[in-house]
Design a protein around this ligand. Structure first.
Ligand SMILES: Nc1ncnc2c1ncn2[C@@H]1O[C@H](COP(=O)(O)OP(=O)(O)OP(=O)(O)O)[C@@H](O)[C@H]1O
Length: 310
């Protein structure tokens, strides 16, 4: 069993009379890239702030590196880096000078750490560029460089991808994977858009209204992706009935979009020719037939009971 790096047990955080976190149980294991997914206001920041020490639970307990209690958690937090709010950088200082400023302020002796973290975050070439001329993606990566300066083992990142353009998202994904694989960092990263964290997360925690609805591994989530064939035809309702009965397919008609949905096991060979030939022979006009896959967002929406993500 992998070591548990961060754990919340029956945690509640209450603002006024409203719980922001409601009996949360979750854990991050060593080597994970844990994606914390929830729409705005779900409780992501409140949960992450418990691990950084910016919030304390009203009920329940948290652990870091197996340590509990104020003293234990303070010790464990030395092994943790975090970006919850964008750190303040001087706009007219270069990237290097900004990091050098923080190195001295934080009492880190080794001056070579600045070069190391600039290289780790892919910013070394831009080290002399002023912060004000950085793109949003570069600014986020400089924040991560800062959080790496004391060589943490666990990184906590609150919505670092929010607002990035597609190129920035790809850069961030590469950086996360590199830090995880090459530097052995365990990472928890939050987002309100599931697909942003796909292809990098090793496990997922879905949070809504202050509750973890489900935790699952990337493999388990992948297995939730269903393949299906979408067919539009004349007299769709009747055609769906025929397809189910005579071809023994899992076909259902949806009147809202006048479409037949036929579901298959993943990796199945789709009998698309058989379907189109059957419909043709039975006298239906085939308007369209396409193979599709449920997306991760579809799964998330279903988990939330059909509400949208934003
Ligand atoms: N300091 C506070 N005082 C009162 N209520 C708060 C406070 N901080 C957060 N909340 C409330 O707690 C709930 C959870 O907020 P939180 O910021 O943790 O959500 P989130 O998932 O991080 O959302 P976002 O992506 O919008 O930051 C929300 O209803 C929010 O309004």
């Amino acid at each position: 069993m992998a070591e548990v790096i961060a754990k919340a047990t029956d945690v509640e955080v209450i603002y006024g009379d409203k719980p922001a976190l409601d009996k949360i149980n979750m854990s991050v294991k060593k080597g994970d890239i844990y994606a914390l997914i929830g729409k705005n206001g779900a409780g992501k920041t409140t949960l992450l702030r418990l691990f950084t020490g910016q919030n304390a639970p009203d009920y329940g307990s948290i652990e870091l590196f197996g340590k509990k209690g104020t003293h234990g958690l303070n010790e464990a937090r030395k092994r943790t880096g975090a970006i919850i709010e964008t750190p303040a950088f001087y706009p007219f200082f270069s990237a290097e000078r900004n990091l050098e400023y923080y190195r001295i302020q934080r009492g880190i002796d080794d001056p070579s750490i600045v070069e190391t973290v600039l290289k780790e975050t892919g910013l070394y070439e831009a080290k002399d560029k002023k912060f004000k001329n950085f793109s949003l993606g570069m600014k986020q990566r400089l924040g991560i460089a800062l959080s790496l300066m004391h060589d943490p083992e666990f990184l906590i990142l609150d919505e670092p991808i929010n607002g990035l353009d597609p190129a920035g998202i790809v850069e961030m994904r590469k950086l996360m994977l590199r830090l995880n694989k090459e530097n052995g960092l365990t990472i928890i990263i939050s987002s309100h858009i599931l697909s942003e964290l796909a292809n990098m997360a090793t496990c997922y925690g879905f949070i809504d209204h202050g509750q973890i609805l489900q935790e699952m591994s990337a493999e388990e989530l992948e297995a939730k992706e269903k393949s299906y064939v979408k067919v539009r035809t004349s007299n769709g309702e009747k055609a769906a009935e025929y397809l189910s009965k005579e071809l023994q397919l899992d076909a259902s008609y949806n009147a809202d979009d006048d479409t037949i949905y036929i579901y298959f096991e993943n990796n199945a060979v789709y009998p698309t020719e058989k379907i189109s030939r059957f419909l043709f022979e039975k006298g239906y006009d085939l308007y369209s037939l396409e193979i599709a896959k449920t997306t991760l967002e579809d799964f998330f929406i279903e988990l939330l009971g059909g509400t949208t993500i934003e």
